[in-house]
Design a protein. Structure first.
Length: 190
């Protein structure tokens, strides 16, 4: 499910950023920590989407009792996740490389701002099994930005961090039966 969401976001953003004349992908799902190593994708002149954190959403409801074929069953609670996605604009070498990188980053920010809530009705390739995804810009102060890029092991390039809410992983494992409440009453002492 995680890979489906990230692939969906990469493809959808690429269609928005790429102009009609360009056939090459301009948005890649890539780790920035292995930039420059053999076998690592070349992100020069492209936008790189990098998953930098996964957070458990504690505020989401976690029902564990459900009806299954006229029986009440207890299952493992779902895991609700928020994904932190870094959109980085690596400049290509040349006169206009930095300017083009900033333009692509701007188009990515425009895309996420205009598509803050994504559903199957609003997006043609929306992943199955999801209700919706919401996108929030995350504001980082200079110190946090420095820590993030230091942890990635790369030199800074213009970037924006987004929080993608909420991916739910629901195990289909039943852990037991639950007996229904058949009668409500109170005993009184006499």
């Amino acid at each position: 499910m995680l890979n489906n969401v990230l692939t969906f976001l990469t493809r959808t953003l690429d269609r928005h950023v790429r102009n009609a004349a360009s056939q090459d992908a301009l948005v890649l799902l890539a780790s920035l920590s292995d930039r420059g190593e053999d076998g690592a994708p070349d992100v020069s002149g492209k936008l790189a989407l990098t998953l930098v954190n996964i957070e458990r959403e504690a505020a989401a409801p976690t029902p564990t009792i459900r009806k299954d074929n006229d029986l009440l069953v207890k299952s493992r609670p779902p895991l609700h996740l928020n994904l932190f996605l870094l959109v980085s604009a690596a400049a290509a070498t040349g006169d206009k490389g930095y300017e083009q990188a900033l333009g692509r980053l701007g188009r990515a920010m425009e895309f996420f701002q205009s598509n803050a809530t994504m559903t199957a009705q609003s997006m043609p390739e929306f992943p199955d099994g999801l209700d919706r995804l919401t996108v929030e810009f995350v504001n980082l102060d200079m110190q946090s930005l420095n820590y993030l890029w230091g942890n990635l092991g790369g030199r800074y390039v213009p970037s924006a961090l987004y929080k993608i809410r909420m991916l739910t992983i629901q195990p289909d494992q039943i852990v037991g039966d639950v007996q229904p409440i058949l009668r409500i009453g109170a005993k009184t002492k006499g």
